[in-house]
Design a protein. Sequence first.
Length: 202
Amino acid sequence: MSHVSKQFAYATAVFLASTVLAHAAPVDLDDFGPGATTYTFSGTSFGAQNITAGDATLSGGATRNLNLGPFSGRVYYDGNNDNEVLEIIFANPVGKVCFNYISINFVGSLTAYNADDQVVDTVTHDNTTTLPGCFGFPCGFTGIGDYNASIVRITYDTVDNRNAWYIDNLVYESTALVPLPAAAFYMIGGMIGLLALKRRKA
């Protein structure tokens, strides 16, 4: 094997291995199992701000009624305060979390943190990509899954601090996100490639 070929093989192996070693990835409802917790705001009082949903505590908004797109009834929203950031803190680490949402004219950013307050991952979307529209506004389920099940806090922020967010149907699960079989295949292939290169050098 030529020197250039060796460098290419090594770079490819490292890339494939590092891709699999990513901590988290976006998730949707199909990624959750039967043991997941689902919370709706139908039983909350109007105007409630700090909400306890099982192991989750929500702050940064208030409850109200909304009938738009997938929403019908009580939801949690930013309380007409465009600078509010939705924060959800979990009493115990979770592996996956998502919620049904609709945004009104803004770029949204969902970020997950671990116990050391380090960012696990961030999912960002806007009005033209990622999610289907509801009467001209993006809506659907958005969420993050962690391969290490280390999420203890998430925030949902309007990046440009304007307009509103509404959420309902909070779903979370303690089980870690399972890497795709293809990703595992690539990781094994990358490791084999690295071992082969080391043997050739020896």
